[in-house]
Design a protein around this ligand. Structure first.
Ligand code: PAF
Length: 438
């Protein structure tokens, strides 16, 4: 069999790290069909992600030439890890004497039960990218090989997720309507940290747009979305057409309850039914263990939480914090519609929400007084026409009992109508800053 060039990530943070790594390379070189060609400089790095307290890693990359198949090489690596004293199964992010990761296998893309090559997280870690560069690996080519698989056919999606599930992978789903921005990327990054496979969906769902809304004009750029999905670490992008999602005989719709009443539900009749229907369909098609949604659409999140509970979808829902521009505007795909003056004016939403939070921090506990502050700030911006200002209970967004404000979230919506086209923006903020905001 012809030889393939392989890059193997090396790591150790237990025992005599240098001796363990050197010993593993010697044993590897003695395996018939494996030659160790070069080894990068070894460097120290701290654990990436959450884990028990532990010492620093010694990391590097070895370049091998091998006639072994990727699966056979993986078996050899696992045997060496065990021989070095690694526990099997190894608990995630625990200290380990030896970690061997197949980063590349020629220019092949492998997505088997046990192995994904190129390694899905190679670009997130300097202790991988730097040694690869040192060994002269073309990182642009590697990036091409790591581009997410784009799927448009529901049957192909079902086959892929079935293979992932059969391989024992934890699947993370990030449903979007595309026009990705850093907020969506933060969802993918969170999923990447917590799951073995990350599926991003891009589908502008007609069911959730009213007749006078922007379905036709909604920004669509799949090539750019795939690029941003790749940067954030998605493994696959599901981007079906409307016909693939809903065939001509499609007739079932999810009904929604109290969470969908008021606020967006009042301004956009039928919107949340459309959201719930598409999300239910995406969950059924992709069978994720975890699904990630942004807190910017707080009411949507409350509706989906209720639906997941009521219909018994076996998964964990994760709400991720709002990502903001430097001037405070919450990231949204619709921000691209804002003309320059409305773009400046749009920061009023964030300022208005902050005014409530600051007043709460100074001891204001009167609901009407808190909301009046928000309205006053919004009124200071003549370009903003306010749709609603509400204070609701964190989580399910139910009305708070009279006299209660603690545990509340302020939600606002405003239209910026002076520009070439009206743009409607929503934002929200908890009265108490979350840990990520302190
Ligand atoms: O939040 C969105 O982008 C959409 O409402 C969702 C959840 C992808 C459903 O189409």
């Amino acid at each position: 069999m012809r030889e393939i060039t392989v890059h193997l990530g090396l790591g150790s943070n237990q025992g005599d790290r240098q001796t363990i790594l050197r010993g593993a390379l010697e044993r590897l070189g003695a395996v018939p069909g494996v030659r160790v060609v070069r080894v990068s400089t070894l460097r120290e790095s701290e654990l990436v992600g959450q884990g028990p307290p532990q010492g620093a890693f010694l990391n590097g990359v070895a370049e091998l030439c091998t006639s072994l198949s990727a699966a056979a090489l993986l078996d050899v690596c696992k045997a060496l890890e065990v021989a070095a004293g690694r526990r099997v199964p190894a608990p995630r992010n625990h200290p380990r004497p030896l970690d061997l990761d197949i980063l590349t296998y020629g220019t092949q893309r492998i997505d088997s039960r046990q192995l994904v090559v190129p390694h899905p997280r190679w670009r997130e870690r300097a202790f991988v990218t730097e040694p690869l560069q040192e060994l002269g690996v073309d990182l642009d080519l590697l990036a091409t090989l790591t581009a997410p698989v784009v799927i448009d056919d529901p049957a192909a999606l079902a086959a892929r997720t079935a293979a992932w599930l059969e391989g024992g992978c934890v699947i993370g789903l990030v449903p979007t309507m595309g026009a990705l921005h850093a907020g969506h990327q933060s969802l993918v990054q969170r999923a990447r940290q917590e799951c073995d496979r990350v599926l991003l969906t891009v589908f502008v769902n007609p069911l959730q747009f009213g007749p006078n809304e922007d379905f036709a004009a909604y920004p669509r750029d799949l090539a750019r979305d795939v690029e941003l999905a790749q940067q954030a670490g998605a493994d696959a992008v599901f981007a079906p057409s409307v016909g693939q999602m809903y065939d001509a005989s499609f007739a079932s719709h999810v009904g929604v309850g109290a969470e969908a009443e008021g606020m967006e539900g009042a301004v956009r009749p039928g919107h949340f039914g459309g959201v719930a229907t598409v999300v239910a369909r995406l969950l059924a098609m992709s069978r994720p263990h975890v699904a990630y949604f942004g807190e910017k659409d707080a009411q949507q999140l409350a509706v989906i939480r209720r639906m997941v509970r009521d219909l018994g979808f076996p998964l964990r829902l994760v709400g991720c914090p709002i990502v903001r521009e430097a001037d405070g505007l919450a990231m949204s795909s619709r921000n691209v519609y804002l003309g320059p003056e409305d773009r400046v004016a749009s920061t009023v939403l964030h300022r208005a929400l902050l005014s409530a939070r600051h007043a709460f921090a100074r001891g204001e506990r009167d609901r009407d007084a808190l909301l009046a502050r928000v309205r006053t700030v919004l009124a200071s911006e003549p370009r903003a026409a306010v749709d609603y200002v509400e204070l609701r209970r964190e989580g399910d967004l139910a009305l708070l009992p009279a006299g209660e404000v603690a545990g509340g979230r302020v939600l606002v919506a405003a239209r910026f109508t002076a520009g070439a086209r009206p743009v409607r923006l929503i934002d929200n903020m908890s009265l108490l800053p979350g840990p990520e905001e302190l």
